[in-house]
Ligand binder design. Structure first.
Ligand code: ADP
Ligand code: MG
Length: 258
């Protein structure tokens, strides 16, 4: 069973200035345990596609299945965790209480909440910071806490929308390595939005290249670098070859401006 199956997805926003065609005829299958990145220029519909998978937007046309059920059923089953670009932690709650928030909403008992929150904090290397408040943590640590919160209900699917976009490059490199390890350890399916080519190539098993509005898929690039990826892999010919193909795909969509 595929983790995600999108067929002929289109989405048009109705706005005061007329319709905005955000997605056009998107076909995408994501297998269980894959790490798929969506890359494309700003405004090409990456967030929209993620929100359709999460059942936060309804497509205008086409169909979407998540874990073999409709996106709505998957949402009600809490089949996914969602990580936003900004950590969005509650400032008056300690880190552990932030991570445990989804568990509180689900009505889990205090001891179970604590055990689970600590397990997730360990996965993102924040053991020892449970009692801190968000403002006592660096930006990178806050984003790790928000990943732990997305993992709290132990979903098989993780949707991540430019989670490291606001961080400096050194912190981002470090979090990329941690995310790879987390992915390898947990076997989650990840759909990851970025507009960084090296980040996409470093992390992914496949890269979905999207064109500017209306967002279409212009290329799907396999990224067979194996599970063991030290940062230095970014200088290997294989890595550069994949990055080149992604860049060409973005250019072909008249997209690349960097
Ligand atoms: P990306 O994440 O790739 O930057 P988005 O999916 O956020 O792109 O947006 C795709 C297009 O749809 C953009 O032109 C954006 O302005 C528009 N858009 C996004 N959300 C809405 C909305 N709620 N109402 C109207 N237009 C929207
Ligand atoms: Mg976006």
């Amino acid at each position: 069973m595929a983790a995600i199956e999108a067929r002929g997805l289109s989405l048009t926003y109705a706005t005061g200035d007329g319709p905005v065609h955000a997605l056009s005829d998107v076909d995408l299958t994501v297998g269980e345990g894959e790490f798929v990145s969506l890359i494309g220029p700003s405004g090409c519909g990456k967030t929209t596609l993620l929100r359709v998978i999460a059942d936060l937007e309804r497509p205008t046309a086409g169909s979407i299945r998540v874990n073999g059920v409709t996106a709505e059923e998957a949402r009600l089953q809490r089949a996914y965790g969602y990580v936003f670009q900004a950590p969005a932690l509650l400032p008056w709650r300690r880190i552990e209480a932030n991570v445990a928030l989804p568990l509180e909403v689900m009505g889990l008992k205090r001891e179970e909440r604590r055990a689970r929150a600590r397990r997730q904090l360990d996965l993102v290397n924040l053991t020892g910071f449970e009692r801190k408040f968000p403002w006592q943590l660096s930006g990178g640590m806050q984003q790790r806490a928000s990943i732990a919160r997305a993992l709290a209900l132990e979903p098989a699917l993780l949707l991540m929308d430019e989670p490291f976009g606001a961080l400096d490059e050194i912190v981002r490199d470090h979090l990329n390595e941690e995310l790879l390890r987390l992915w390898a350890r947990t076997g989650k399916t990840v759909v990851f939005v970025t507009h960084s080519i090296p980040e996409a190539v470093f992390l992914s098993t496949r890269i979905v290249v999207m064109s500017p509005r209306p967002g279409r898929i212009t290329d799907i690039v396999p990224c067979d670098l194996g599970p063991d990826r030290p940062l230095e892999i970014r200088e290997t010919p294989e890595f550069l070859r994949i990055a080149h193909r992604v860049r060409e795909g973005l250019r072909a969509g008249h997209a690349y401006v960097g």
